[in-house]
Design a protein around this ligand. Structure first.
Ligand code: ADP
Ligand code: MG
Length: 153
């Protein structure tokens, strides 16, 4: 299923991310599409907030992977930047496959680089830049997964 939202500021994208985060159960892989400055890290900050893991999300550009956990939270958020990574050995070294479990949400920037290793049931979030401040956010889920319907209504 496809759900399309429009945001007019970074703050609105964070709010949308929060609502997405609140609807996650663990075990999901979020595969982002959208070029540099689209808002992938920004929406991830909202997702972290929605999962109850705080707003201190920064770009994993240098670390390749940042982990967000809290002592009292079952769920954790694992945020990857695959800009310099390709499927295969490279991807293995990020720990991508080891992080996959029912209590973790994996959020992947530049997921197009690891297409061959993405499961079919991942959630795809494409962010299109319409202008300096406007973004179209398209959330694509598997058949029947309507969790992200009517956000903000
Ligand atoms: P990416 O991770 O996709 O490279 P970032 O989230 O790091 O992108 O950066 C997005 C940039 O665009 C930020 O500087 C943010 O303030 C700006 N921006 C402006 N409008 C929006 C919007 N509607 N949604 C998200 N970011 C926006
Ligand atoms: Mg980023």
């Amino acid at each position: 299923m496809n759900f399309t939202y429009k945001t007019n500021s970074a703050e609105e994208t964070i709010v949308l991310g929060r609502e997405i985060g609140r609807r996650l159960r663990g075990g999901e892989i979020i595969a982002y599409r959208g070029g540099l400055g689209a808002g992938k890290t920004t929406i991830t900050r909202g997702i972290s907030e929605g999962m109850g893991l705080g707003d201190e999300v920064t770009s994993p550009t240098f670390a390749l992977v940042n982990e967000y956990r809290k002592k009292d939270s079952k769920l954790s958020l694992i945020h990857f930047d695959m800009y310099r990574i390709t499927s295969g050995q490279d991807l293995e070294t990020t720990g991508f496959f080891d992080y996959m479990d029912d209590d973790s949400v994996l959020a992947v920037e530049w997921s197009e680089n690891i297409d061959d290793d993405l499961p079919d049931d991942c959630i795809k979030i494409t962010i299109n830049r319409l202008s300096d401040d406007e973004r179209e956010v398209v959330i694509e889920t598997c058949d029947g997964d309507d969790r992200f319907e009517n956000i903000g209504n």
